[in-house]
Design a protein around this ligand. Structure first.
Ligand code: SAM
Length: 295
């Protein structure tokens, strides 16, 4: 969770109407966020919370943070969903931590092309889960990587990517697959041409992802803390830049659940500043923040 000034979710703060965030309200909000998302907010996040809350309180035409705390208690799921969307940090980009996509291209996909056998439908099954997919850049990067690396073998494969997030707004954006053109400025020209349509006229500053990517990705809302109505097994799970917001206990519980859902030999990808802690003993470390469940 970033407390940078200028975060999109922090815009619109009116400093003239500064209010007090009492310790009680801060404690209530932190507990509320923890219980509903697993995200741990501590004193270092107080300023960020203050900025985002001020905006919400003003938009709701309330007079204090206490009134908003009460609203959260009284209003049930609608306000809760809105608040969770406002509190999550969704920073992401296409091919973020590119070494993960290089590993798929150079190591994993060539190995899977050799080792996977076809099922009764005559197809080889590949399942990948992007478990905190934010606005979709991560699952689309996975899809592009697969399509590029598998090319002529694609007709023999049944590929599905599940993309989930707690935040309904980012999921809607991911599903739409429309991005500002500057989001793909660092992508090689060949990839831009093959997987993105450039908008025209009023939309000339936007690009839309190609249908061939959308056809293999399903976006669904899922809270990592809740039940997962998911069968698996997955050949790879991306859990990047989300567990950093959780405490050790929540992280450990998640790793155990990921482990269960991974196929033998399946891969777990974590974010650059994340690690498996005590759970490392159950996986082998095959690359930078890449972990393999034993065969
Ligand atoms: C910083 S983004 C990471 C996006 C992407 N994985 C990446 O590395 O670029 C973190 C995402 O985790 C999501 N998130 C936070 N708590 C969650 C929870 N309890 N369940 C599911 N998603 C959660 C947020 O909504 C946000 O979109």
């Amino acid at each position: 969770m970033s407390n940078r000034q200028g975060h999109p979710k922090d815009r619109g703060l009116n400093r003239d109407q500064a209010m007090q965030l009492s310790d009680d309200d801060f404690k209530f909000i932190c507990q509320f966020v923890y219980e509903n998302t697993g995200i741990v907010l501590n004193d270092s996040k107080r300023e960020m919370l203050y900025r985002r809350l001020t905006r919400i309180v003003r938009d709701r035409k309330l007079n204090s943070f206490s009134e908003y705390s009460q609203l959260l208690r009284d209003q049930g799921d609608k306000e809760k969903d809105f608040f969770i969307n406002a509190i999550t940090t969704n920073l992401t980009s296409f091919f973020r931590e590119n070494h993960h996509f290089e590993y798929l291209t150079k190591e994993e996909i060539p190995a899977l092309l050799k080792s996977k056998t076809a099922g009764s439908d005559g197809k080889k099954r590949l399942r990948i889960w992007s478990s905190a997919s934010s606005t979709g850049e991560e699952p689309y990067s996975i899809a592009i990587t697969l399509l590029e690396a598998m090319k002529k073998d694609l007709p023999h494969w049944d590929i599905k990517i599940l993309a989930t997030d707690i935040d309904s707004e980012v999921l809607a954006k991911g599903k739409a697959g429309v991005y500002d053109v500057n989001r793909i400025e660092d992508i090689p020209q060949k990839i831009k041409q093959g997987y993105f349509f450039q908008g025209r006229g009023k939309s000339s500053q936007s690009v839309k992802v190609h249908d061939k990517l959308q056809s293999i990705i399903t976006f669904k809302q899922l809270n990592l803390l809740h039940e997962w109505p998911i069968k698996g097994p997955f050949d790879a799970i991306f859990c990047r830049n989300v567990i950093i917001y959780f405490d050790k206990k929540t992280q450990h519980e998640l790793f155990a659940r990921y482990f269960e859902l991974l196929a033998p030999g399946g891969l777990l990808f974590l974010g650059h500043s994340e690690n498996l802690g005590n759970y490392q003993q159950y996986f082998s470390n095959v690359g930078r923040t890449i972990f393999r469940k034993p065969y």
